[in-house]
Design a binder for this molecule. Sequence first.
Ligand code: WTA
Length: 662
Amino acid sequence: MADDKVLEKNGLYYPPQSFVDKAHINSFEQYQQMYKRSIDDPEGFWGEMAQGFHWEKTWDKVLEFNYHRSKGPISIEWYKGAKTNMTYNCIDRHLETRGDQPALLWEGNEPGEDRIITYRQLYEHVCKFANVLKGFGIKKGDRVTIYLPMIPELAISMLACARIGAIHSVVFGGFSAESLKDRIVDSKCSLVITSDGTYRGGKAVTLKQIADEAMDHSEKEGVTVPKVVVVERVGAGKGIECPMKQGRDQYWHDLVATAEGDCPVEWMDAEDPLFILYTSGSTGKPKGVQHTTAGYMVYVSLTHKYVFDYHDGDVYWCTADIGWVTGHSYILYGPLLNGAQSLMFEGVPTYPDSGRFWDVVDKWKVDIFYTAPTAIRAVMRMGDDFVTKYSRKSLQLLGTVGEPINPEAWRWYNEVVGDSHCPIVDTWWQTETGGILITPLPGAIPTKPGSATLPFFGVQPCLLDDEGKEVEGNGVSGRLAIKAPWPGQLRTTYGSHERFETVYFSDFDGFYFTGDGAKRDEDGYYWITGRVDDVINVSGHRMGTAEVESALVSHPTVAEAAVVGFPHEIKGQGIYAYVTLKVGEEYSEQLKKDLVLHVRKEIGPIASPDVIHWAPALPKTRSGKIMRRILRKMAAGESDFGDTSTLADPSVVGTLVEMKGK
Ligand code: WTA
């Protein structure tokens, strides 16, 4: 059927008619009307959108906020006075209507290894583990660090925390002992949940020993973790060790074996914290982005429903790791709130071969598929055959997140993966925003490859110039900021409200500043151009250049380091490090390798520098500030560095050029 295809007209891509016919929001006019209402009457709109949930007590006021630092502390409160519980809404609320329907579809690392967990089974697992937590004395407000691979126990742990009001802090399993230690120390957690190991491709690797090292080091910084729960994921005979510390460490399976299968929920205030998730910024150590209960719940549920045009019975798959916000909001909470079947994948797109994604799509008959541009580029590179050998007949909608998608990858995703039959939603958002802010609604908003298009309901983006003045009209660019709160927004950074205010609200009074640059084209569509701060986006993961620099400088041979991003074919951005050695140290290939290993150990493999460029000196202004603009251009292979006359020593640039590739 010709009209069953995504149609292109004048650079705009329209959804197939059959998709529009069943879409929740199925015309541009409907989007505009609902959007207008959400902006004109946010309290009316968000009050209505919150109707379907279970509220133990309803709110007194939908929204109260102050966005102006000049007028006092920044505060954002949604559904004030309400009482509810996230886990109750994700599970208990569905038991009567869909208790026997799958909630989680788990696809293990090895093809053929899988598990289906129904809502009723999930209820039991979560209650049992919540009782285990209670048995350890964990109560409302306590922090629990979760350092697990993509196994069902990860989801169960989070839901168990939310059930009893404990605040989870999930740490991505690819982070090093140092990074885990920082997060344990900052959150002062009372419990760590980890596993014996995990799989990387076909190989088992330890997690427990990394966690042990992190806890040894956290102890030296005054934070002793009293209890550790260990999931046996790999087991004996696979070449990894799992030392257990007497009195501190216990196995998950032993603990749940004797736990009760019911556990009452803790009714939480709307603004009680739900979780913290650490993310990189332009300065200092990663900060704990704190999300609260009611607003986040309403926002992730609504965005999941409308952005993915989710319908009852759809099989939904987001390929992210739950260690990132995408997994929190769109593998766990959003889908379960909507009673979806959410697929959770432990492996990687290239194991056992580059067709794994599509193999999984066919196996589970996935309707909605959400991934990152870096993953698309990685599989695209391996050739179409890996895709076309699978039917992918079930697919109805494709999504991307994490970084700008280059139009070439977008078209490949559309034509090869989606057979020009599935709309694509390019969703822009951040750890801090909790949920998607700028995105097409697939049945209503025609798309343009590379543009995240238009704001979701209730979201008021704007572009600011250097003075913080709003740039009006279309065909303009600037710094992307948001003018008013939306329910999923972060409320603070853990342990320091001051830091939260400085990072997000001090550059431009009265606005939440995103750190991204963007342009708004003639049609009012937004195009995210990337970070305007010292954050680089490597394979869709945020990395502060300052973090990588401080890891490098902690190596005994390094005097100084400057890190910038550079265009990278697969990763989007790669990490380019200029390194000045201490006097007497020698340049060598071996030392380059050692430095890369050192950064991996300090932060994790995702922070590995792609290029080390020896720098006898760095280009600095007379006041000592490193001119990163020059370093960025050099890293990108450009030869025109602009005005270098303000450098303390302009000859440094020539020397650096000579050292390139040495
Ligand atoms: C970038 C991930 C362009 C952006 C959910 C943002 C994007 C940062 C997109 C947040 C997109 C995310 N197009 N850029 N669709 N989505 N970004 O906190 O720079 O890991 O500020 O959240 O990723 O990354 P984070």
